[in-house]
Design a binder for this molecule. Sequence first.
Ligand SMILES: C[S@@+](CC[C@H](N)C(=O)[O-])C[C@H]1O[C@@H](n2cnc3c(N)ncnc32)[C@H](O)[C@@H]1O
Length: 278
Amino acid sequence: MTATDTTLRMREFKLFQDLMYSHAGIRLSEKKHSLVQNRLRKRLQTLKLNSYGEYYEFINDKRNKDEFQNCINALTTNETFFFRHKNHWDYLAETIVPEWKRDYRPGQIFRAWSAASSTGEEPYSLGILLYDLIAGDSAGKKVEVLATDINHDVIAQAKRGEYGEYSLQKLTKLCLKKYFAASATPGSFRVIDKIRHIVDFKIHNLQQPLSNSQFDIVFLRNVMIYFDEKSKHKVMENITRVLKPGGYLFLGGAETISSLHNQYSYVRPTIYRKTSHE
Ligand SMILES: C[S@@+](CC[C@H](N)C(=O)[O-])C[C@H]1O[C@@H](n2cnc3c(N)ncnc32)[C@H](O)[C@@H]1O
């Protein structure tokens, strides 16, 4: 048996580059060569395959759909933590929620979408803030958070709702006490049920439209950086379709909307509002 060839050749790298682009809209630049090599090496070893080329053939065999997904999972970057980008949470708490409460009509539900939710810290932060400010212990449903990601592993992890020190770094002691319970794993905490019930997790590729939904706010943070202009445009079209007129869009620190900007007004850095007429 030949030993595993752990060098990712340039022509093999290009195959994975094309695959990530056509499936997820993610543009892996040549600078990501070692990252791709390192992240896929474990898969080759687990499957006892001899080269990256063999691995590429393996995942493209229709019988190995699960491994195709494992490859996508391995090549996404999932960095996140609770209450990341403080200015977003302040604006939500100080402006958007009070506006919504002022115009509230019985039966209305505040709907938020965490559109690249990773392991769940962002949608649970939304759940906590909206529970605190809107839902409380009131009877009847007043808030809903949809959390989606293309990576199956992070969605499974998010559903478990268990977090360690890194994820919890920005949480106040009061918040930890109110909305988390010590878990069986030492040093980890689990989001309590009344917050978990607000958040619904689903697998979803942002390159595809999301059906039958209308949101008051969409968090699309730290994911556009992985897309080129064409993928960004498609994602923005899909997002704009489900954001209510007057709804708010939140982007990550390094992100702006260049396409479809005429359908949004600028609120403050990384926060945009969809104009009321389409
Ligand atoms: C860096 S994380 C951002 C997490 C969170 N939004 C935040 O800002 O803390 C980026 C996430 O985008 C997801 N992602 C990448 N391409 C995607 C696509 N085409 N559709 C849906 N999610 C995608 C990745 O799986 C990853 O979990």
